[in-house]
Design a protein around this ligand. Structure first.
Ligand code: FAD
Ligand code: DHB
Length: 392
């Protein structure tokens, strides 16, 4: 097999890239080691920045998104038992949307298969070859047979645990990393959201977040120990902690219902520089991870592939290599701003066991500042709704 751009991974990064390349008349083949139904069910992100949503709408993927998404003009921050609203529409003139990542994946897969472009599901033993030369190759096993795709370029969109990043010689990239001393327990609940906007809660016993998927499905997160198993979290214990951490304020009543799904997510900040090696370009979680607090991972993945699609289009349509040469530099400017914001929201809202009384007072003072000063609220809002794209 031969293609212009071989794409490893059918997550948001790989599928959005394949879609943008298709619209630019550039061929690609996507290889994915999981099944179609697995990637369409995988429960993950839920919050789309306005820029990410606009891109999906402008490129023909907005039909179901616009019908089913939940548009949010603000959010709530709860601390010392009191709710404070951050109105980002008033502050920075933009909104965000709730629309599940797996719904975006479904829309992207349907669009791609609809125009007859290939996604090879359930491939095994994926390996990358000749990355430093002009004809890189993707090798894999499909239905018991070893196969190969010859490419002009390879996009490594296979997430944090994929094979693309480890295919780069260790002395050609630098890793930056911070691991947090806690994790998130996430649950999906058959109950209407407690509030019609998200509630980010600071509590001395730990962080909690109330978000949603639909008007009848809530998505709730709780800070927990990093090494805890899901089996340590029977439903009763989850509700007890959620009630405790979100309590307070007039008329407050946590909306409860059957828990239909549970999962634990580790918290990590991670980035590599540069985001390419030879003809391999890394995008999304393959190149960087942010802790989920700022809801940025999927949005950052989409921003990377917008830059990559534009650079590949400049190469194929105008014979220019400068945009590909600048890919990593342009992406990393955004990556580091988003890393900073995701770290900042994480340290602002979580309980750190080794913090002393001074640190806790400082944390509360900072939340108080954010919720009572327009300048403070503005920096949260501006980053949260998504920084503008930069192309240079
Ligand atoms: P992935 O989605 O990980 O896709 C990689 C794909 O590659 C997968 O389909 C995988 O199966 C495949 N793959 C892996 N290895 C191989 C291989 N060897 N060969 C072939 N294929 C392979 N982000 C937000 O923007 N907003 C949010 O609200 C948000 N909330 C989150 C909440 C939680 C609990 C979690 C866990 C994450 C959240 N994120 C959020 C982050 C977001 O889900 C990720 O950043 C996003 O999935 C990254 O997309 P990606 O395409 O780079 O990687
Ligand atoms: C969701 C996840 C987040 O980490 C966040 O900050 C906001 C929303 C979500 O899953 O809906």
């Amino acid at each position: 097999m031969r293609t212009q751009v071989g794409i490893v991974g059918a997550g948001p990064a790989g599928l959005v890239l394949a879609h943008l390349l298709h619209l630019a008349g550039i061929d690609s083949i996507v290889v994915e080691n999981r099944s179609r139904s697995y990637i369409e069910q995988r429960l993950r992100a839920g919050l789309l920045e306005q820029g990410s949503a606009d891109l999906l709408i402008e490129t023909g993927l907005g039909e179901r998104l616009q019908r089913e998404c939940m548009l949010h003009d603000g959010l709530f921050i709860k601390f010392k038992g009191e709710l404070h609203r951050l109105d980002f529409r008033a502050l920075v003139g933009k909104s965000v949307m709730i629309y599940g990542q797996q719904e975006i994946v479904k829309d992207l897969v349907a669009a791609r298969l609809g125009y007859g472009a290939p996604i090879l599901f359930e491939v095994g033993d994926v390996a990358l070859h000749d990355l430093g030369g002009p004809h890189p190759r993707i090798a894999f096993t499909q239905n018991g047979e070893r196969r190969e795709i010859q490419c002009d370029f390879i996009a490594g969109c296979d997430g944090f645990h994929g094979i693309s990043r480890p295919s780069i010689p260790a002395d050609r990239i630098t890793v930056f990393e911070r691991i947090y001393p806690f994790a998130w327990l996430g649950v999906l609940v058959e109950a209407p959201p407690t509030r019609d906007e998200l509630v980010y809660t600071h509590h001395e016993r730990g962080f909690a977040l109330l978000t949603m998927r639909t008007p009848r499905l809530s998505r709730l997160y709780l800070q927990c120990a990093p090494d805890e198993a899901e089996t340590n979290w029977p439903d009763d214990r989850i509700w007890e902690k959620l009630r405790l951490r979100t309590a307070g304020g007039e008329g407050w009543q946590l909306s409860e219902g059957p828990i239909v799904q549970k999962g634990i997510t580790e918290m990590r900040s991670f980035a590599v520089e540069p985001m390419h090696y030879g003809r391999l370009f890394l995008a999304g979680d393959a190149a960087h991870i942010v802790p989920p607090t700022g809801a940025k991972g999927m949005n950052l993945a989409i921003a990377d592939v917008r830059v990559l699609a534009r650079a590949l289009t400049a190469f194929y349509k105008e014979g220019r290599e400068d945009a590909l040469a600048g890919y990593s530099r342009v992406c990393l400017r955004r990556v580091w701003k988003v890393q900073r914001f995701s770290w900042w929201m994480t340290q602002l809202l979580h309980r750190f066991d080794d913090d002393n009384a001074f640190d806790r007072r400082r944390q509360l003072a900072e939340i108080d500042y954010i919720t009572s000063s327009r300048a403070g609220a503005m920096t949260w809002a501006e980053n949260y709704v998504g920084l503008p794209m930069e192309w240079e």
